[in-house]
Design a binder for this molecule. Structure first.
Ligand SMILES: [Ca+2]
Ligand SMILES: [Ca+2]
Ligand SMILES: [Ca+2]
Ligand SMILES: [Ca+2]
Length: 294
């Protein structure tokens, strides 16, 4: 009896997990990992389309398709149409997408993934066309091309994305540009480094004081300026966010954690009678015997 009861419990648990997973996957709104904004997604509903989704089918351009749309609802219909266009692997196929926003997204998707601004020309509004062209530039590798972006904000976004999308990790990337663009390139480079690694030192490499300040202000607060955010000090490292050198051994919390890998809360990490600061200054290994090796 006990074996049967256990089997029933296991079966019920398995059924519950499968049902839960099904509901989770069904309710998820999976956005594309790259390319333009996600197209309108169907809201999570029960069975079949809602009355509103059915009523909105009147908006689609190809009237012959209205009945088909009414069966699945407006959102699903448009998503299927976009899918067909992408399957055909031809930006011209986007013309078959009924909803104007989804159609514009379809063109932008082709433009950005192909790094070709030609499909942008088919977008319905001038603003949309310009935004699409900026997006294409941001996927290219020419930082200086971003100067043609329509607004300062678009330009800044484009420049930042060129660095991110090309995984630029060396400031020497900027050497290829003339003075003015080179300065902007370096500023953006250090700002991207600062933001992606929460690296306060990166902001301090920006020559323009005002830009450097803006860079620092965009990062989480670091009250003691030791290069570790207050949040990280409290949540992860248990160091003092108001003291750059929590254990007063002569090495900052940052240097202990990121450079020497010593204990920032223990002045003498290897308990040999010499503090971490004294060992590093003398060229000795603060984490054991021998000379200092980073
Ligand atoms: Ca700090
Ligand atoms: Ca600290
Ligand atoms: Ca210390
Ligand atoms: Ca020691």
């Amino acid at each position: 009896m006990r074996a049967i009861r256990n089997l029933v419990i296991i079966l019920l648990l398995v059924a519950a997990v499968v049902a839960g997973a099904w509901w989770y996957l069904r309710g998820r709104n999976i956005a594309p990992s790259s390319g333009p904004r996600a197209t309108a997604s169907p809201p999570v509903t029960g069975q079949g389309p809602t009355a509103e989704e059915v009523a909105r089918c009147d908006e689609i351009a190809a009237k012959d398709n209205i009945q088909e749309c009414q069966k699945v609802g407006y959102y699903v219909w448009n998503t299927v149409q976009s899918g067909k266009a992408h399957k055909a692997n031809d930006p011209a196929a986007c013309a078959a997408v009924d909803n104007v926003d989804d159609r514009d997204n379809c063109y932008e998707w082709y433009a950005t993934t192909g790094i070709d601004e030609a499909p942008c020309g088919s977008i319905s509004t001038d603003e949309g066309k310009q935004r699409c062209r900026s997006a294409v530039l941001s996927w290219g590798s020419d930082f200086s091309a971003c100067t043609t972006a329509p607004t300062a904000e678009d330009r800044a976004f484009c420049e930042q994305q060129v660095l991110i999308n090309n995984r630029v990790s060396d400031p020497a990337f900027c050497d290829r540009y003339d003075a003015g663009v080179k300065v902007t390139c370096l500023e953006r480079f250090w700002m991207v480094q600062a933001a992606t690694k929460t690296d306060y030192q990166a902001c301090r490499k920006i020559a323009d004081v005002a830009v450097a300040q803006r860079c620092l202000a965009s990062l989480p607060v670091d009250t003691d300026s030791d290069g570790l955010s207050d949040y990280a000090e409290q949540a992860s490292y248990r160091t003092d966010p108001k003291m750059a050198d929590t254990d007063s051994d002569g090495l900052s919390d940052y240097d202990e954690l990121r450079v020497y890998r010593t204990d920032p809360r223990k002045p003498d990490t290897d308990s040999d009678g010499y503090t971490d600061g004294v060992e590093v200054q003398g060229g000795f290994n603060p984490r054991g015997s021998g000379r200092l090796q980073r």
